[in-house]
Structure formats: C-alpha cells, structure tokens
Ligand binder design. Structure first.
Ligand SMILES: NC(=O)c1ccc[n+]([C@@H]2O[C@H](COP(=O)([O-])OP(=O)(O)OC[C@H]3O[C@@H](n4cnc5c(N)ncnc54)[C@H](OP(=O)(O)O)[C@@H]3O)[C@@H](O)[C@H]2O)c1
Length: 293
C-alpha cells in the first residue's frame, strides 16, 4: 500500500538519511525543512517529483504546520505516517537556561511534535490507520549533566507518546518512539549553548566551567566513536514504519538497549552513584565534598 509520509527536519543528519531512504521507495513523501535549509535537500540530490514534495516547515510555525497537513489532506488523502524528527539540542546546566531558552528547547522538541500529532490524528482516526514515529533519544530515558533541558524535552515527548500509544490503539494507530544513543555524525556541531552556558565556557573561574569543559568533548568523542550512523538509524526508522506490530520503544543504536537495561535493572541509588562516578573528571567539577566520595 502506498502511504503518505510527512517527515520533519529533513535537511541534515538523521532526517536527511531517512529522506534519502524513503526516496528509494514508493510512498508519497512530504519532506520538510526550514525554508533556509530546503536547498540542502536538493544539494543532497533529493529532487521534487510527482510523489516527492519538498516543503518549508519550521515546526514551531503554526501556519506552516497547518499548510503542509492541509496539502496532504487535499491532494493525497491525508498523512498516513508522521515522523517527528526535527530537534534542537541545548547544552546547559539547569542554572544556565533562561526562560526564552527553555521555551525554545521545549517548543521544537516537544510542543511542535505534539501540535503535528494533533493535526494528523483526526485523519488517521477516520481511516482507522496511521503511524506516528517520534524520534526520541537515550537522553529521553536518562538525563546527563549539561543536557538538562534537552532531556526534559525528550522525557516530555516520551510521556506524551506513551499515553498516545494507549489512546489511539482502538483505531489501529501505531505510535513508536525511536531512541538512538550516540550517532557517529557531526550533529554535535549543531549543539547550542545558552547565553550563560557560553559565558561559563569562556571563564575558567565560573563554578560550572569544568562541567562544560569535560562534558562537551566527552559527548563529541563518544559520538565519533559510535558505530551507529545516520544511515543505520534511518534504516531502523524505515523498518519501524513497515513493521506490522512495532513496539512503543525501539532502541536505534547498539548502545541504546544497554543504557536502557542499565537504567531499568540497576537499583536507583546505585545507578545514580555509578553514573556520577563515570562522568569525565567528575572529582574536579567542584569543591571537594563528602558526597563526591
Ligand atoms: N545525533 C545523535 O547522536 C542523536 C542521538 C539521539 C537522538 N537524536 C535525535 O535524532 C534526531 C535528528 O537529530 P540529528 O542528529 O540528525 O541532528 P541534526 O543534524 O542537528 O538535525 C536536526 C534537524 O532538525 C531541524 N530543525 C531544527 N529546528 C527546526 C525547526 N524549528 N523546524 C524544522 N526543523 C528544525 C534541523 O534543521 P536546520 O538544518 O534548518 O537547522 C535539522 O534538519 C533529533 O530528534 C535528535 O534529538 C540524535
């Protein structure tokens, strides 16, 4: 059966890899990116055609969200598969995220995917079929220092997706969270620093300087060492899209199920203590305290 697939954030990384893979299939595609990033899709060899539309969609823009879904409804009978992939990543400790930055993070990664889900669900319910694939993260099941607000956005996406899984099952609508761990890509270059985070990075005497100084290269190194690529994760996403009975959560990299088992099977206090000890150079993150031992 030919489906209509709506993909967000198709201009780079995982989104671009999913777009490339989908172009080889037979589905009707609405591949979206922010207007300024659309040319990158064409530069990557993705051409518009009878079954492939390239559309501007800043996921935070209500009018653009409505326009792409309305177009799919008018021309192709609605969206059968929604892939919420677009995201931004702020790296900041809790004390360094101001209100505007908090809202920006939650808007792209949580509120906008939720708006899109709400737009496509009535059509899916009418057809008694449909799939919603939300790209989450291992950061959506375990939080790391300096990734507070990113994790909060993915935890929120996980909560809503889990509730939705039950809510729309009676209509045969399938909801899946794809959870990648570290992906070997240069996406860490897109990580945003908050105003206070940036300031802390530049000043060695800032109380949180060591947090950033150690976490940023640690995450970049771990990503570059990962075996998973945007292409391997994209294959997983497309497999989920075709699966008859996809589970609610799919670990999308080799490390993802490991992290999940570690999180679920280790007693909570031990888990937190072990993770703390594993943080790079954590003993140098602050003044010595008995809690650090
Ligand atoms: N890379 C990893 O290791 C990793 C691990 C776990 C989960 N993930 C998740 O995987 C997904 C893809 O991430 P990635 O690694 O491919 O990162 P990426 O290369 O930074 O891609 C993010 C995409 O989201 C788009 N985007 C950002 N804000 C947008 C907005 N307001 N409207 C529409 N599009 C917007 C970006 O567009 P522009 O090009 O216009 O900025 C870009 O295409 C995300 O959900 C991320 O959280 C990634």
């Amino acid at each position: 059966m030919t489906n209509t697939v709506l993909l967000t954030g198709a201009s780079s990384g995982l989104g671009l890899a999913i777009a490339r893979l989908l172009c080889r299939g037979v589905d009707r595609l609405i591949l979206t990116a922010r207007e300024s990033s659309l040319p990158r899709l064409e530069a990557a060899g993705i051409q518009a055609s009878e079954r492939v539309r390239l559309r501007a969609l800043d996921v935070t823009q209500s009018s653009q969200r409505r326009a792409v879904v309305a177009e799919a409804e008018a021309d192709w009978g609605g969206v059968d598969v929604l892939i919420n992939n677009a995201a931004v990543t702020y790296r900041a400790v809790v004390e360094h995220v101001n209100e505007a930055e908090r809202l920006a993070q939650m808007d792209v990664n949580f509120l906008s995917p939720m708006h899109l889900m709400r737009l496509v669900l009535p059509g899916m319910r009418a057809k008694r079929a449909g799939r919603i694939i939300n790209i989450s993260s291992v950061g959506g099941m375990m939080a790391m220092p300096t990734m507070s607000i990113y994790s909060a956005s993915k935890f929120a996406l996980e909560g809503v997706s889990e509730a939705l899984w039950y809510e729309v099952r009676p209509w045969g609508i399938k909801v899946t969270l794809v959870e990648p761990g570290f992906i070997h890509s240069r996406s860490f270059a897109n990580t945003r620093y908050t105003v206070d985070g940036q300031d802390s990075m530049l000043h060695a005497d800032d109380p949180y300087h060591a947090h950033y100084e150690n976490m940023a290269p640690f995450i970049a190194r771990t990503m570059m060492r990962s075996w998973a690529t945007p292409e391997s994760v994209a294959r997983k996403v497309v497999r989920v899209m075709r699966a008859k009975r996809p589970p609610l959560r799919v670990g999308a990299t080799l490390d993802a199920p490991m992290f999940s088992l570690f999180r679920r099977l280790t007693p909570q206090r031990l888990y937190n203590a072990l993770l703390f000890r594993m943080l790079p150079n954590v003993r140098r993150w602050g003044p010595p305290s008995p809690d650090h031992s």
